[in-house]
Design a protein around this ligand. Structure first.
Ligand SMILES: NC(=O)c1ccc[n+]([C@@H]2O[C@H](COP(=O)([O-])OP(=O)(O)OC[C@H]3O[C@@H](n4cnc5c(N)ncnc54)[C@H](O)[C@@H]3O)[C@@H](O)[C@H]2O)c1
Length: 270
């Protein structure tokens, strides 16, 4: 059901790779709620994934942008401003990648070239995007920026590896830039800490199915799906959440505040 929550709003969505992507679902839900959208992803991901299918479905242009390249980000905002004939009202940062994870290199033996690359893509990119937007004055007054994170930024999870450090920094950038952009232009910046979700990035983590099953058992409401995460993003882009900023918001069915559940106790007693 649509409520027209984003009627007249314009946004940029980073990170739709294929139909499992959280960004993909968010783009669909934002469109259903009346927003106009620009899709973007790294050129290589655009070749490997199916973003053009989504672009056609929601009538959105696709502008390539590798978030580690400043010139790409500047070009994206310049093109977006031209396309929308003005600034944007919301941005979704749905980007993550660790070469150490992909190559199964243990945390204690990380290759630092890979660490730097993963940090640049997964965390620093949020700073780059916000700095560029601010310089070009590309986000409208009372705009909203959301980045996706995982609870491993705050608690230990095996095999999440250097992505845990990247998420901790990502959440910190959202907080610090949230202050600066709030004071300057009433732009709010938050992170959503999502349940483990079966996507291309998620499935790259060793033992991921175990994460999903454990989280399901440890959450009173069960795991939040990508579609439900998309709904939450819509509310944060809408005018109904204007005073929420600098927050890390758990969207995890209660996982983060549950000590133990009956289901887990019963499994331990077997
Ligand atoms: N899947 C989960 O379990 C889960 C849980 C919590 C948070 N998240 C976070 O959600 C976000 C989206 O991930 P997803 O699960 O939808 O997986 P996904 O693989 O569909 O999305 C990751 C995206 O990052 C993009 N990307 C990688 N390098 C890039 C670059 N250099 N420039 C621009 N884009 C680049 C990829 O092309 C891809 O579209 C990530 O930040 C992820 O950490 C995922």
């Amino acid at each position: 059901m649509a409520y027209n929550l984003l009627k007249g709003k314009k946004g940029i969505i980073f990170g739709a790779l294929d139909e499992r992507s959280i960004a993909w679902k968010t783009a669909q839900h934002c469109r259903q709620e009346g927003a106009e959208i620009i899709l973007t992803n790294a050129p290589i991901a655009m070749r490997m994934g199916t973003i053009n299918q989504l672009a056609e479905e929601i009538q959105a242009p696709v502008i390539p942008c590798d978030v580690t390249v400043m010139a790409d980000i500047e070009n994206l905002f310049a093109e977006a401003t031209k396309h929308f004939n003005g600034g944007v009202d919301f941005i979704l940062h749905s980007i993550g990648m660790s070469i150490n994870v992909r190559k199964n290199i243990p945390y204690t033996e990380n290759n630092y070239d890979f660490t730097h690359k993963g940090f640049d893509i997964s965390a620093l990119s949020l700073h780059r995007i916000l700095q560029t937007a601010m310089k070009l004055d590309a986000i409208n007054e009372w705009g909203s920026v959301v980045a996706l994170t995982y609870i491993a930024g705050q608690r230990y999870f095996p095999n999440y590896n250097d992505m845990a450090d990247n998420k901790a920094v990502l959440e910190s950038i959202a907080r610090n830039f949230g202050y600066e952009y709030g004071v300057k232009k009433h732009v709010r910046i938050n992170t959503i800490s999502q349940s483990p979700t079966r996507t291309s990035a998620g499935s790259g983590v060793k033992g991921f199915d175990g994460f999903v099953d454990f989280a399901e058992k440890m959450s009173p409401l069960g795991n939040a799906t990508a579609d439900q995460c998309a709904d939450y993003c819509v509310t944060l882009f809408s005018d109904l959440t204007k005073m929420v900023t600098m927050q890390n918001l758990f969207h995890d069915g209660g996982f983060s505040f549950t000590g133990v559940t009956q289901a887990v106790i019963e499994q331990m007693e077997k």
